[in-house]
Ligand binder design. Structure first.
Ligand SMILES: [Zn+2]
Length: 311
C-alpha cells in the first residue's frame, strides 16, 4: 500500500509514490477508512472488491457497491487521481494560492473550465469543520476592501461596490477571514461575539469609529494608521500580524486570481485561512486529502449557480 511517511513530502517524492490510479485510490481508502473500508449504507465492515473493477467495493452484508471517491469532491471526475493529487499538492503548498490557468498549464488539463472546476472542488474541502473556539489572549482585528477599480464613480461610491473582508487573528495564532456585508457596528459586533472571548486580554484595531461600540465591554486598544502610528511606542499595541495576513491575501488575489467574482470570495478566504493556519504542519497535504474524501459533492451546477451561498 502506498503510504506517506511522517514529515513533509516533496513533489518529486509524491509523484513517484502516487504514479497510478491504484496507489492513489488505496491511499484515499486508508485516509477515509483507517480501520478498513466500511459500507456507507449499513456500516458493515465485510467488504470485497468487485472483480475486474478494482475501484468498486461491495458490502457482503447488504450487497451495496461503493467506492472511496463516490459522494465526495472527486465524484464523477474523469481526471486521473494522480493529477488530483498533484493539483492538491500545489494548492496546499502555494501560500498565495494558485490560479486555475496555471494548474491547467502545469498538469496539461484539456480545458480551462475543467481546471477551474478542479481547483474549486479541492478548495471546497479546504475549510474548517466543526464549531471553533473563541479566541483569547491578544487578538488583532482589521477590515479591508477588495474589488476591481471602478472608474467614473466617487470614492464613497467605489467603496460601496467593493467587498468587505474582516480579519481576526490571535497574535501568533489562529487566523479567521470573513466576507462581511459591511463594516458597520452591528456587523463588527456579530463577528466579535462569535469569535472572541469575553475574557480576551485585549482586542487591537485601527481607529475605525465603529469599533469601540462593537466591543461590548471587551478591552480595546487602537493604533492610528492615518498618523502612521503602526506600533504605539514602547508597547505591544499594533495590528501587524493581521496586516501581514491581509497582505498575503491581497497579493494572492492580485497575483493569482485575476478574475475572481464576489460570489466565490468566501471560498478563497476559507482556502487562505486553512493553509495559513496549517503552514507549519507537516501533514497539510494528507489532511487536505482526508478532508476531500469526507467533503460533500460540489456539482458544477451548484458552483455556477447565482446564489451567494453557492461559493
Ligand atoms: Zn452494507
Amino acid at each position: 500500500m502506498a503510504t506517506v511517511s511522517s514529515g513533509r513530502i516533496d513533489l518529486s517524492t509524491l509523484m513517484a509514490r502516487f504514479d497510478g490510479e491504484i496507489k492513489c485510490r488505496e491511499y484515499l481508502e486508508s485516509l477515509r477508512w483507517p480501520d478498513g473500508p466500511m459500507c456507507p449504507k449499513c456500516w458493515g465492515t465485510e467488504i470485497a472488491r468487485v472483480q475486474g473493477r478494482e475501484s468498486v467495493l461491495r458490502c457482503t452484508s447488504c450487497q451495496q457497491q461503493f467506492s472511496v471517491t463516490a459522494g465526495t469532491v472527486f465524484n464523477d471526475s474523469h481526471l486521473p487521481l494522480s493529477k488530483w493529487f498533484i493539483a492538491t499538492y500545489i494548492l496546499t503548498q502555494s501560500k498565495k494560492g494558485v490560479s486555475a490557468c496555471q494548474i491547467q498549464r502545469m498538469l496539461g488539463i484539456g480545458s480551462y473550465k475543467t481546471a477551474w472546476y478542479l481547483c474549486h472542488r479541492i478548495r471546497s474541502a479546504m475549510v474548517e469543520v466543526g464549531r471553533r473556539s473563541q479566541l483569547t489572549g491578544t487578538v488583532e482585528m482589521d477590515e479591508t476592501y477588495i474589488g476591481g477599480k471602478h472608474s467614473g464613480v466617487g470614492q464613497r461610491q467605489a467603496r460601496k461596490m467593493k467587498q468587505v473582508v474582516i480579519g481576526i487573528r490571535k497574535r501568533n495564532g489562529e487566523l479567521r477571514f470573513f466576507h462581511a456585508e459591511d463594516a458597520k457596528i452591528g456587523t463588527l459586533e456579530q463577528y466579535i461575539r462569535e469569535n472572541i472571548s469575553e475574557t480576551v486580554d485585549v482586542i487591537i484595531t485601527d481607529e475605525l469609529p465603529a469599533y469601540p461600540r462593537a466591543m461590548k465591554g471587551r478591552k480595546h486598544e487602537t493604533v492610528n494608521h492615518s498618523d502612521k502610528e503602526y506600533v504605539r511606542l514602547g508597547t505591544d499595541i499594533h495590528t501587524n500580524t493581521i496586516e501581514s495576513a491581509f497582505s498575503l491575501l491581497k497579493r494572492g488575489l492580485i497575483g493569482t486570481w485575476h478574475k475572481m467574482s464576489a460570489k466565490h470570495l468566501s471560498a478563497y478566504l476559507a482556502e487562505m485561512e486553512f493553509r495559513f493556519n496549517r503552514r507549519q504542519s507537516e501533514t497539510l497535504f494528507q489532511d487536505t486529502l482526508r478532508h476531500m474524501v469526507s467533503a460533500p459533492v460540489l456539482t458544477f451546477e451548484k458552483l455556477t449557480a447565482n446564489a451567494e451561498n453557492a461559493a
